[in-house]
Design a protein around this ligand. Sequence first.
Ligand SMILES: C[S@@+](CC[C@H](N)C(=O)[O-])C[C@H]1O[C@@H](n2cnc3c(N)ncnc32)[C@H](O)[C@@H]1O
Length: 227
Amino acid sequence: MENSTRTRSFVTRGRKTEAQQRALDELWPTYGVDLGEAALDLDEVFGRKAPRVVEIGFGNGENLLALAALYPERDFLGVEVHGSGVGHALNEAHVRGLTNIRVIRHDAVEVLDEHLQAASVDEVLLFFPDPWPKNRHRSRRLVQPEFAQLVVRVLKPSGVFRLATDWEDYAEHMLTVLDAAPGLVNAAGERGFVERPADRPVTRFERRGERLGHAIKDLEYRPTAHP
Ligand SMILES: C[S@@+](CC[C@H](N)C(=O)[O-])C[C@H]1O[C@@H](n2cnc3c(N)ncnc32)[C@H](O)[C@@H]1O
């Protein structure tokens, strides 16, 4: 995907607290993943072989941390651009003694495109992505046909792509884009939503959506069987 002209799904924002900055300085060597020219060898990154979950735009890490604690036998790679969220997540990972988390601070589109190996991930999670509700900002939404192909590229044939949103219009957009995406099939059938996964914790963004009276929609896609 062409990087220089691409519309991005985020704007840089917010200040880090002292504790978040300290976490970035002190805990990055433990949890942070620096990107280089070569695609990441996730066995090397985590120091073991295990099922791999990638969460895109993890915010403060509420979901990432909860799932990592719940499933110590799986590895969780979080990708987030927002420094204060990354700092918060590193701090919490340390406090909770989690060893199965690593964090990339970078645009997830580039991470999927260039820094992960093909067919190397068991689950991709995208929960409550920025909705960009104004018409003129729609192209900033992460879920686009090109993005779907990046997810298809990194997923193992047995993998799964899970999404959630509280924006009705974004939920419909996700269905339109992903139902039409070559290489993905909607686990709930055409234009279907799945039940809320029992292990998906309620995050700040979900609570906010509920306060606003928004319905929460969960989606699940699987790679189509290759002949
Ligand atoms: C609305 S928040 C939701 C956070 C979290 N998933 C939750 O449910 O609490 C969306 C997050 O996605 C991040 N984000 C947006 N575009 C991104 C991208 N291209 N790469 C990595 N993170 C991104 C933003 O910085 C923000 O923290």
